[in-house]
Design a protein around this ligand. Structure first.
Ligand SMILES: [Zn+2]
Length: 479
């Protein structure tokens, strides 16, 4: 009797009850590169946070490096002066808002590299890391181009400490902790670093972690396993350090830069699986990601929901045609620069997928489609309409990369492919076939009965509107 009442009480609990989430994961939510989204203000970000809660999330990995108005190191945000948070510092208010929604916010940055930090060597070139060829590293970045630092230099260590202290203690003391994201693109190969690189990086990580815990013992600090595992670190040709692990740390694992470590997962306070599926892929991959996370025994699944709106100053991903242009978030080219992309129909498909599969990785795909249909079309939902929504979503993420929209929505990308001799007859036929299917979707929904159908038609229509006139000729069967 007692247990039945308890079960009924559980059923009566709202499914999206903040921190008390159902399913296999204690930590759910997204990783968002805030610094690469300069165009959104506090109102936009509040909406984004509300959306995370709608998706059953309780965790936001908010990458703030390079996107706050550091007083000590203005060089770190000079490149990002148009960022709304650099102009009107609002992350403190955003964190307060997130807390009212049961969402914990961890401040993200990379030690000795990536956005914000990699600007410091512009003023201190002597701190540049050394490449495998023994020379100072070449500039690199995504949106924020600069140089990673050599952690063996005391000045690099001092800079990292002061910069992160300023972020965590002066600017955003109410944040719930840090995401210390080791670089996935470069280390330092100087004579002092090399094989010992991760020991050097750890000097900073250990020190800042201690300082954060001294002020806030309950703070969550997510780090990479590269200081403890002793394993080969993907891509760098050096091994991780093998230093003692303090179980107060949380860990993050990724498919490309941080291999899962079962022994460390058992010891850590919490552990997260990250992948790129909600941002770049389809519901099938989100389900696979949730299953992988459960299989690994991690306590959280917090994948990427990254969308960029910065103006590229360099040829991102080697693509000269992107230079000087504002990034199109998720390839949704109908949006104004200040409109966040997450409530648009193709992204809602993936958000519902995340909500459902992170709650129940075993959910059958057909059952997911019924739920998705109700979300998008209400009681008017039909199975063909859901299939159309899935096809449209897949179209927007078809061959999309972090910085390049799908070729299906970007004649400029296709033109660049043609210029490089990559636009083979086979590719053209493939693109035409998908666009023909999307054209059929637009036709099927010309008399929309509900808002979801209108959106479906609008997005599909926008997609093939890109292919009028000269652009259309790019895909003609004859070259
Ligand atoms: Zn070095």
């Amino acid at each position: 009797m007692h247990s039945i009442l308890a079960a009924l009480a559980l059923l009566a609990m709202p499914a999206d009850d903040g921190l008390k989430v159902a399913g296999p994961f204690a930590q759910r939510g997204y990783y968002i590169t805030f610094m690469r989204m300069p165009t959104y203000d506090l109102a936009d970000w509040k909406r984004i946070v509300d959306g995370i809660r709608d998706d059953g999330g309780n965790t936001l990995l908010l990458w703030v490096g390079g996107a706050f108005r550091s007083k000590t190191y203005p060089i770190t945000w000079k490149y990002n002066a148009e960022h709304e948070n650099v102009r009107k510092d609002f992350v403190r208010d955003l964190i307060a808002h997130a807390h009212t929604r049961g969402i914990r916010v961890l401040l993200g940055f990379t030690p000795f590299g990536y956005d914000g930090v990699n600007q410091y060597p512009l003023e201190h070139p002597e701190l540049k890391a050394v490449g495998k060829d023994g020379k100072p590293v070449a500039p690199f970045g995504i949106g924020c181009w600069g140089y990673n630092l050599c952690p063996s230099r005391p000045e690099s260590q001092r800079f990292m400490l002061e910069y992160v202290r300023e972020m965590a203690f002066d600017f955003y003391p109410d944040a719930d902790g840090l995401l210390i994201e080791s670089s996935d693109y470069a280390i330092c190969h100087c004579k002092d670093c090399g094989e010992r690189f991760f020991e050097k990086e750890f000097e900073f990580v250990e020190r800042i972690s201690g300082e954060v815990w001294a002020r806030k013992p309950e703070a969550t600090i997510v780090v990479f396993p590269h200081y403890f595992s002793g394993a080969e670190v993907p891509g760098f040709g050096v091994k991780a350090a093998k230093l003692p692990f303090d179980p107060r740390w949380s860990l993050v694992f990724t498919p490309h830069s941080s291999s899962p470590e079962p022994d460390l997962i058992k010891k850590a306070r919490s552990s997260l699986w990250w992948d790129d599926s909600p941002a770049l892929r389809r519901p099938e991959e989100i389900r696979a990601g949730a299953r992988r996370a459960r299989e690994l025994g991690v306590s959280g699944y917090v994948p990427s929901l990254e969308a960029f709106t910065f103006v590229a100053t360099e040829a991102e991903e080697g693509q000269a045609w992107l230079k000087g242009k504002r990034q199109v978030p998720l390839g949704f080219g109908w949006l104004e620069p200040g409109d966040p992309p997450y409530d648009e129909l193709p992204m809602r498909v993936n958000r519902v997928a995340y909500r459902e599969f992170s709650r129940n990785p075993d959910l059958a795909f057909e059952a997911f489609k019924l739920i998705l249909g109700r979300d998008l079309f209400g009681v008017a939902s039909t199975s063909p309409a859901v299939d159309d929504a899935l096809e449209l979503q897949a179209g927007f993420n078809f061959e999309r990369t972090w910085c390049q929209p799908s070729p299906l929505v970007s004649p400029e990308r296709v033109r660049a492919m043609k210029g490089r001799g990559e636009l083979t007859p086979k590719k053209r036929a493939e693109y035409r076939a998908v666009l023909d299917r999307l054209r059929a979707i637009e036709r099927r929904h010309r008399e929309p009965k509900v808002e979801g159908e209108k959106e479906l038609r609008r997005a599909a229509g926008w997609m093939f509107d890109q292919w009028g006139g000269e652009n259309g000729k790019l895909l003609d069967p004859a070259p």
